[in-house]
Design a binder for this molecule. Structure first.
Ligand SMILES: NC(=O)c1ccc[n+]([C@@H]2O[C@H](COP(=O)([O-])OP(=O)(O)OC[C@H]3O[C@@H](n4cnc5c(N)ncnc54)[C@H](OP(=O)(O)O)[C@@H]3O)[C@@H](O)[C@H]2O)c1
Length: 307
């Protein structure tokens, strides 16, 4: 048997629990993976809270991004071997918050030795989204990038990718995140009342791109800092971005491998602020659901040594 963290009803966190299930076997094109670490994302609680539809069977395994070791391969898998360390996305119907899971070979990348399992687990969703966000509209060195939600899981990586590309990054986050946002080389602007004036002070001539990781009022308040509204991209709230003349984040299949290379060369740090064991997945999810996480929250799975 293998432990899996699930939700048993759509709604609040009270419907989450750790259950035992038989260890899953890979179908064609799939890898069975012993999970070593899993990143926690807003998508995890949003799925449970019914924001992404209610068409999946219950109990539903939670968690999307993970790293681990391949324990078995299905038919038609040629690029991976048993024993290989990988990072990837849990296949539909399977979860990352589990001792064992299934990953489609097309959603997996070999984990470089230089990247720890914990850091690797932040790549498939958060780091890959940060990569796509910074490449959807390409800026030139010196151009100004405003990041709303700069201290969160995606935001800190966006700010660091911006530094690698020599963009001038301005990061909006709460005062508690001043140091960590400034550590990326970004100019920090505190969120809250008067944020638009403070952002305007930081960029008197406006900015060249807004990457929004919060949505709603937080985006509306500063949207006119960009002269051309098509240069608003939101990962958090595509509807508001579209209403303002911008667009939602478009994800690409290449991003996971590309950002893995960037992290391997130590150019971007996923900035893990807390590690939890699988048994405390509920606390880890609550930290992200609170909406004010710093960097990435990661679950680490402890496995008994093989006897
Ligand atoms: N489409 C995709 O593929 C994709 C992939 C990844 C993420 N996303 C979405 O992108 C968003 C961000 O993801 P994430 O993983 O970075 O979330 P996260 O780790 O929870 O970070 C969100 C950050 O926003 C900050 N924030 C909250 N209110 C704010 C405000 N008014 N002004 C400025 N900052 C504020 C929070 O802390 P402070 O308030 O303390 O600053 C927090 O650090 C989520 O909506 C997520 O669902 C989409």
């Amino acid at each position: 048997m293998s432990k899996v963290y699930v939700f048993t009803e759509f709604g609040g966190p009270e419907a989450q629990e750790l259950i035992d299930r038989p260890e899953p076997h890979p179908g064609a094109g799939e890898l069975a993976v012993q999970v070593r670490a899993a990143g926690v994302n807003p998508a995890d609680w949003k799925t449970r809270a019914d924001r992404h539809g209610t068409d999946q069977p219950l109990p539903a395994p939670m968690g999307h991004e993970l790293s681990g070791v391949v324990t078995a391969i299905g038919a038609d898998v040629h690029d991976f071997t048993v024993g290989q360390e990988i990072l990837g996305l849990a296949a539909p119907g399977h979860g990352a918050f589990a001792e064992h899971t299934i990953v489609r070979a097309t959603d997996a990348v070999a984990k470089p030795e230089e990247i720890s399992f914990a850091d690797a687990a932040t790549i498939p969703v958060a780091a890959a989204a940060a990569y796509d966000a910074t490449h959807q509209i390409e800026l030139e060195p010196g151009q100004k990038l405003l990041v709303i939600g700069a201290g969160g899981g995606v935001g800190l990586m966006v700010a660091q990718i911006g530094r690698v590309h020599e963009f001038t990054v301005i990061g909006i986050a709460s005062e508690s995140k001043r140091k960590v946002v400034e550590s990326t080389g970004a100019t920090f602007v505190p969120s809250g009342d008067g944020v638009a004036d403070r952002a305007r002070q930081a960029a008197p001539d406006g900015v060249d791109l807004i990457l929004d990781l919060v949505g709603g009022e937080a985006l509306r308040e500063v949207a006119d800092l960009v002269a051309d509204p098509t240069r608003i991209i939101s990962a958090a709230d595509p509807a508001t971005a579209t209403e303002l003349g911008g667009t939602g984040l478009v994800r690409t299949p290449q991003a996971m491998a590309k950002i893995t290379g960037v992290i391997e060369y130590d150019l971007v740090d996923p900035h893990i602020s807390a590690l939890y064991p699988l048994e405390r997945a509920g606390e880890a999810i609550a930290t992200v659901e609170d909406g004010h996480a710093t960097g990435k929250i990661v679950l680490e799975m402890l496995h008994a040594p093989a006897s």
